[in-house]
Design a protein around this ligand. Structure first.
Ligand SMILES: *[C@@H]1O[C@H](CO)[C@@H](O)[C@H](O)[C@H]1NC(C)=O
Ligand SMILES: *[C@@H]1O[C@H](CO)[C@@H](O)[C@H](O)[C@H]1NC(C)=O
Length: 382
């Protein structure tokens, strides 16, 4: 009797959340032929999953699905997954997107993007055209608590991933692929976001593997294989008034192969003011990298070479520890800081960079204050 009562009580507990449920885009009319547009199917599967009273998962099964620019928006009822096993294809036409994105995920808490599948940005047709309206392949904005794992992004028309106005987002085992000469195809660009982890990922692209724009705070970058590409950059900063500061960034345990830069901080030569502080670069391997360690406060692509830096971006408290490998330019360590806001508390510890050409590797220090300890090849100018 007692047992039966207990059983009845169990049955009568109201179910607040039902189980996780999958919403297969095929059931919403998607066609896996790579030609028929499946935008509406993906959009409707998202809407159902997002409104599901439990964890809703949008499933993209094996196959190729052509998707036009699309906003996948929250808030969702509980949490949402996008499980991609197939390939999402962007349209090839040059100027199809005016909003600056192909897939935009916005205003979502508790997002999981996962799967062995890929995003194919179809970039080759767009690369020769004007920069202004080329879209980011996957843009996250106002997304809090998210995990992007395992998926591949190839041949984005502009950045592969953009993270803007987000908190607590982790990229894990992500693969990014585009040709070395593809323009502006940054792997992951972060701005105005905090608590971002990027780890165990392979990024081979035409521009920065990872770039951290204004307002990037509490960022951990760990175990990245970068190259080809332009390395990992903080910047460009100082282009606009009232940019938020960049601070608390750690980049560690990563490898750079054949990249233009290793770790770079760059600010516009004539810039608005902001701060960069508490940055650590730890345990990094450089193989045939042109500028392994570089602070460039004279960044100004269309200016004359000899222009002095009047950057008002203050760079302070940057640590480089255990950076080793080879430089393809003689200047392996370059600190070109601002004349009006010199770099402060720059620390070099255990640097071992060889030069691939004739002669010894060198360092350049302009308007920089700091200290060096441990091995220093090239010899430090701090
Ligand atoms: C970054 O790593 C440090 C040390 O492992 C950890 O304390 C911190 O919480 C991490 N930050 C983020 C944003 O996860
Ligand atoms: C610096 O690295 C080279 C290999 O590139 C190695 O042979 C050499 O022993 C290292 N020097 C020190 C002081 O660790």
């Amino acid at each position: 009797m007692g047992c039966l009562v207990f059983f009845i009580i169990l049955l009568s507990i109201p179910k607040c959340y039902s189980q996780s449920k999958e919403f297969n885009i095929i059931q919403f009319g998607a066609t896996a032929d790579g030609k028929t547009e499946s935008t509406k199917a993906l959009s409707e599967a998202w809407r159902e999953a997002c409104g599901h009273n439990g964890h809703g998962v949008v499933l993209v099964p094996a196959g190729r699905f052509l998707i036009l620019p699309l906003v996948l928006e929250g808030p969702c009822k509980v949490s949402i997954g996008l499980l991609i096993h197939g390939e999402l294809l962007a349209p090839v036409s040059k100027n199809f997107a005016t909003g600056g994105y192909w897939l935009s995920i916005s205003k979502v808490d508790n997002l999981f993007v996962d799967g062995s599948g890929s995003l194919n940005g179809g970039g080759s047709s767009a690369w020769p055209s004007d920069t202004s309206n080329r879209p980011v392949s996957m843009k996250l904005s106002s997304v809090n608590t998210a995990r992007i794992s395992k998926i591949t992004s190839s041949n984005s028309k502009f950045f592969h991933f953009g993270v803007h106005g987000c908190r607590d987002v982790t990229f894990d085992h992500v693969t990014v692929i585009a040709p070395a000469d593809s323009p502006n195809t940054d792997g992951i660009h972060v701005s105005k976001s905090s608590g971002i982890n990027i780890m165990h990922s392979v990024i081979r692209t035409g521009d920065d593997c990872i770039s951290l724009g204004p307002g990037s705070k509490f960022i951990n970058i760990t175990d990245i294989q970068c190259g080809p590409g332009h390395g990992i950059s903080i910047g460009s900063l100082g282009k606009y008034p009232n940019e938020e500061d960049v601070s608390e960034v750690t980049i560690r345990d990563s490898t750079f192969v054949g990249t233009d830069n290793g770790v770079r901080i760059k600010t516009w030569s004539s810039s608005f003011s902001s701060f960069v502080s508490k940055i650590a670069f730890l345990n990094l391997e450089m193989k045939d990298v042109k500028n392994p360690i570089i602070i460039d406060q004279k960044y100004c692509p269309d200016c004359k070479e000899d222009k002095m830096s009047n950057s008002k971006v203050q760079i302070r408290d940057v640590r480089y520890e255990d950076i080793r490998g080879s430089s393809t330019s003689q200047v392996a360590v370059s600190f070109e800081c601002s004349q009006v806001c010199s770099c402060e508390s720059i620390v070099l510890q255990d640097i071992n960079l060889s030069y691939k050409g004739d002669g010894q590797p060198t360092s350049i220090c302009h308007n920089v204050q700091g200290s060096a300890s441990g091995k220093q090849f090239p010899s430090s100018c701090l």
